[in-house]
Design a binder for this molecule. Sequence first.
Ligand code: GDP
Length: 312
Amino acid sequence: MDLESTTCLVTGGSGFLGRAVCRLLESRGATVIVPRSRDHDLRRREVVERLLSELRPRVVIHLAAVVGGIGANRRNPATYFYDNAAMALHVLDESYRAGVAKFVGVGTICSYPKFTPVPFRESDLWNGYPEETNAPYGLAKKMMLVQAQAYRAQHQFPAIMLLPTNLYGPGDHFDLESGHVIPSLIRKFVEARRRGDPTVTVWGTGTPTREFLHVSDAAEAIVAATESYDDGEPMNVGSGDEISIRALAELLSDLCGYRGALVFDASRPDGQPRRCVDATRARERIGFRARIPLRDGLIETIRWFEENEGRR
Ligand code: GDP
């Protein structure tokens, strides 16, 4: 699909990932429309119906989601389930009714079973229940895959589903309680350095592993898949690099110039034990390879935090 002069509706287009996706779409010559959540409550069917029938986009990229780190998932399981399930249900259905030529659903690595063999292959997606802290979120998103495949089978609706791994980068949500691990630790280390604190607390045992993908790389994959992936099978979007939370925390501490000690608080949840995707399908089908090495991306993100949110 050529995106030049194509109207693309991007739900969540003003969010962390959405801004990066919209910039890329515009660079391809697409006409990008971003519905704002204060004007359009996508959990309500009639709102979504009106939006789609009035705008008649050719492409819908559904990024709108209620997301957060492990702390936020633990505190708000009902909200994370209901809001994400309701939005996807209506946005996909109304996209079909409005005759959209391509629907791009963006899911999550949290949909994988808790103990998926590493690297996570798309064919292992249904082999178990997700890790408990993020199951309501992961399963709400996973229903979008079922819906996409059902609409493809019954209506030949060209819906695709992508499964990005943990994202990070400039513009992330740097909140200590509800943010993900990278932005939370950046805030902790930068503030501790400035105050001269002797220790910084890292949640959990440090033994879990995660894979991280720069938000710009994720946006590249989403736009490339919009252009050239048309298959009912879900596709992982990741870097294929696994790192332990302990190693990540040590790296961030160093890059933030913090010289104190790390304390691991095992009373905080570890979440899923290991995470790392098999990125073969995305490489073969859309030629996607993550380009930004973790260390470079972290340096850029720390700088962004210090120059923006973390200004003194
Ligand atoms: P997850 O990848 O969906 O589990 O979400 P997070 O990014 O919130 O957490 C990833 C891992 O980092 C978990 O094992 C957390 O226990 C660990 N972690 C360590 N310190 C922190 C912190 O300050 N904030 C968050 N959110 N996670 C932390």
